[in-house]
Design a protein around this ligand. Sequence first.
Ligand code: GLN
Ligand code: ZN
Length: 743
Amino acid sequence: MQILAYGLPRLGEKRQYKSLLESYWTKKITQTELYQGMDALEKERLGTYATYADLYPACELSFYDPVLDLSIAVGLVPQRFQPYEGIDTYFQMARGPHALEMTKWFNTNYHYLVPEWEEPLSLSAQPDFYIRAYRLAQEGGFHSALPSLIGPYTFLKLSKKDGHSLSPDEMERYGELLLPAYSRVLEALSQAGATHFLIHEPAFVLDDPLVPLIGYFYHQLSRFSIYLLTYYEAVDFYPRLVELPVKGIGLDFTSNTANTESFLQYGFPDDKILIAGIIDGRSVWHANLQAKAREIETLSRRVKEIWLAPSAPLFFLPLTKVFEKRIPPAVWERLSFAREKLQELQTLKKYILGDETVWEEVEASARLWESEPLGYHPPTRARVSALTEKDFTRDLPYKERTRLQQALQLPPFPTTTIGSFPQTEDLRALRRAYRAGSLSEAQYKSHIREKIAEVIRYQEELGLDVLVHGEFERSDMVEFFAEKLQGFAITDHGWVLSYGSRVYRAPIIYGDVWRPAPMTVEEIKYAQSLTTKPVKGMLTGPVTILNWSYAPPHKSREEVAYEIALAIQDEVRDLEAAGIRVIQIDEPAFREGAPLKRRDWPEYFRWAVRAFRLASRAQPSTQIHSHMCYSEFESILQYIWEMDFDVVSIEASRSKGTLVEEFKRFPHWDRQIGLGVYDIHSPAIPSVESISAVIEAARQALPERLLWINPDCGLKTRRWEEVTPALRNMVLAAQAAREKVKT
Ligand code: GLN
Ligand code: ZN
């Protein structure tokens, strides 16, 4: 029995990865220093692996993104980056002005660079990165390190041509080109001494797998010894999967029950190794090792050889919990981040092999697993279990609500922004000083009030119709609420890569979620006191708070979503009581929480929609807004509609064409909507004409009376010099649109 581990976070204990990359990009270190630093980090990672695991990956420490590494290795470099001249072209492809498109990696918050196919095509392998990385492991004495690559099928599934995913035909056609180049990469690695390969095929778990194509690919590669990993979900073509000519197959046994069912039903061939993804690589919680050992026992009885592995790559988790000092001890002892997962695998193996020294630890893990739930709050539980249909329904239907909301006296094509205004360096300095204790709470708050007053005046001068308070008191839209709600723990060092060198820290939900005191009322009320125009209350929605946090053990996501929703509803009520008439509940992560398999969508959206409705159950006269972005909404308009808000703002500036088309096919859409009229992700200032063009397009698909005018997302990452002219043009375009209504 061996332990195969993979996906250890790249970031490093001291976030060296981030500082190395950023220092190189800002020319503070040389290329040689970058490589030296990365090599040292890789040796640290390999050392960690070697402490706990028998087999682990080489070539895993990408300098930006492993999908990009493979694009380059197989020679898929678009014309605009030719000639490819090493690391600087690499970074151009990753983050230059004409960089590759970036999008979410399966159902995680990691973003990869989309392989881009363009004709005419000829691929020539350039495996230097892998060879160098593999040699580094060899020279460091890490002889159990295997080259680790994304598989050809997943690579094609993640690819695009002309902005579209590849059709099955294209997959087949480009597969013919890809396979020879891919084989040459493996050959080059073989010449460097590699005998076995770790190939990742998470796309095997997606809907509609092209099974014959998969079979073809792996027969083409059958001269290589491959351990094939699947993860994030069950594989729907299990009987064909286990026939593939590979040495070992990894299955995720924690995210689903279907893999176990298939395994029990169809068995597992004797000539292959079962790589059992048994320790949950996505959850921050420790495992019940006794139960895990029993599971392995069941599986072992039906296979010749079984290895232990995490259920998925560990990079979705922070590196280690050892530096966390602020987390309550009862929570801390239950946590297991990436390094602790490796420890669990090691303990599990020892236990199964009969090593008595770990008995106590294993029994303790079972006791802890079964002990009292953390953060138990009976009133919250009671509230959730008392919920009835009425709690998910506003008192009046939309049509009647709009009549009451006319009291807001908004013009046609009302203008607004999404919430945040530029978070400038002086603001960050203020926050740092406050956190460090050199600024008192009273001083900090008074600075924030000044900022609010400024931004209210600013918006009035611009002539916007519905104002916001600017979100200056928030560094992050989820963490801000997590800090104020009960049931959440915040880490100090729990950083995870989101893309490139970008990191985020997700809060951990450990207990029942409830709201001990109002969270936003003071600032919004103050903002409203400064103007006669309506100020939007600004909240983060329950689905987004849940999806951007780590979920608690022993509890369904639905239950947690309702608890958060009730806390948000309390806030809505308090805002109303403070005289706020417009409230926006942001749900940017609404779409991305959807399961990988379409068949699981109705169930997810059922409770996600209900959670939003519960949170937004305001008085009929209160205008409820929502905001969504970062996703493709085409396939989920019906669910969005069911959320029953009054107004929604949607990111549409990059995909507006298709979105507008979709609305044409959705005739019962009757809610107000603000299609983002310009892309806030770009520093470019949108012209009045370009904004008017978006308004015109929206007019083609939707009645004028439903249309709002707003940027496509919050402005916090922009500079004031960019925001001012952009909003000025937006207001001009709105005025022009109103003129047209009159004539
Ligand atoms: N209200 C938030 C903001 O303006 C919304 C952010 C988001 O959609 N990600 O910053
Ligand atoms: Zn947004």
